[in-house]
Design a protein around this ligand. Structure first.
Ligand SMILES: *[C@@H]1O[C@H](CO)[C@@H](O)[C@H](O)[C@H]1NC(C)=O
Length: 340
């Protein structure tokens, strides 16, 4: 009898351990004892993971043992590794070109995060428009509605223009939710739609027009070398005075220092943020500002969505083991997966 391929679980499954166990007829399921990246690399070098074909990267709890999947880590992996199945929609923690160069395919979890992330964006839009954070702080401080002097009155979403930067699954989901609140939707996508139906009726505008015409701007694009700091001083200067900005994508797409300057100058009225450049550190100019609404990266933190993400990730491991391919390969490698 031939030996079964190995599948390595990094991090802890919270919802779909049974599904993982269900892979045991087709794979030897192994884990790592590493408590740090140095220990994990050491395990790899000692051959502890030789024979591993697929890695189930249960991020973010795997991060302690891996850190970024950068060129150094990818080079340390055993030569048998062909697949990394990442438990997240965003995969900026993985150097995809380094994986491609080593013949490793990467999967992520799009779609299953759309509702929870768009819900978070909608919450932040309402919170930032209405200035709810002031009230939340005031009531806890025992001063009922407001400190003296009172904070500025908020604004209604009805009739406001929402600009969506990045109209993928999350952006489209948000579009439909924001329309229920009476918002008019504009969007900009770096890859212009070939298929108009993908826009779901939203109006396409150029990047500068999006900045100039939005009352509220929502960032819904992935972080990669092309999108890092895509919103910085130049871009703030092109926006309407008093704009509201919401970021549920990745902190790295917006220059946090420039954002604090734009808030302090009054260009940006308020923000709702779920993500930051150097998590868990947040710019002190944001933490000390009672008007802005800040969440500690909770976009997909629901039982339902976390469960779907783990099922998606394990589903990719199964496809890797059974068919030698992935269900949801990252777009950069779609052509490679298609050729398998
Ligand atoms: C925007 O671009 C992404 C890929 O970058 C694509 O998946 C999405 O369908 C595009 N949206 C539209 C409306 O074309």
């Amino acid at each position: 009898m031939g030996t079964k391929p190995k599948a390595l679980l990094l991090g802890k499954l919270d919802h779909a351990q049974e599904t993982w166990n269900g892979l045991s007829p087709i794979a030897e399921l192994v884990t790592s004892r590493a408590r740090s990246r140095a220990e994990f690399i050491d395990e790899c070098i000692r051959g502890a993971h030789d024979g591993v074909v697929a890695i189930c990267d249960r991020a973010p709890s795997s991060f302690a043992a891996t850190g970024r999947y950068d060129a150094e880590l990818i080079a340390a992996l055993p030569s048998t590794v062909r697949f990394i199945c990442h438990n997240g929609a965003g995969y900026d923690s993985i150097d995809v070109p380094a994986c491609t160069a080593r013949g490793i395919l990467v999967s992520h979890c799009p779609k299953v995060v759309d509702d929870a992330t768009a819900d978070t964006a909608m919450f932040l839009i309402l919170a930032a428009l209405r200035g709810f954070n002031n009230g939340i702080l005031a009531i806890r401080a025992g001063v009922w509605k407001s400190p003296v002097p009172p904070p500025p009155l908020g604004h209604d979403p009805q009739g406001k223009t929402l600009g969506i930067l990045g109209l993928g699954g999350i952006g489209r989901n948000l579009k439909r939710k924001a329309e229920v609140f009476g918002m008019k939707i504009l969007y900009h996508n770096r890859t212009k739609p070939g298929d108009e139906t993908m826009a779901d009726g939203a109006e396409y505008v150029g990047f500068d027009d999006l900045l100039a015409r939005s009352d509220v701007l929502s960032l819904n694009l992935p972080l990669n070398p092309k999108t890092r700091n895509i919103i910085s001083t130049n871009e703030f200067n092109k926006m309407k005075k008093g704009i509201i900005i919401v970021n549920t994508a990745r902190g790295g797409v917006m220059d946090e220092e420039a954002l604090v300057e734009a808030i302090n100058s009054g260009r940006v009225l308020s923000v709702g943020l779920d993500v930051y450049q150097q998590e868990p550190n947040i710019h002190p100019g944001l933490v000390s500002n009672p008007h802005v609404c800040l969440l500690p990266h909770m976009g997909t933190s629901t039982v339902e969505t976390k469960t779907k993400m783990e099922e998606c990730t394990i589903g990719n491991v199964r496809a890797a083991l059974e068919k030698g391919t992935l269900n949801t390969v990252v777009p950069e490698q779609a052509h490679l997966a298609a050729n398998l």
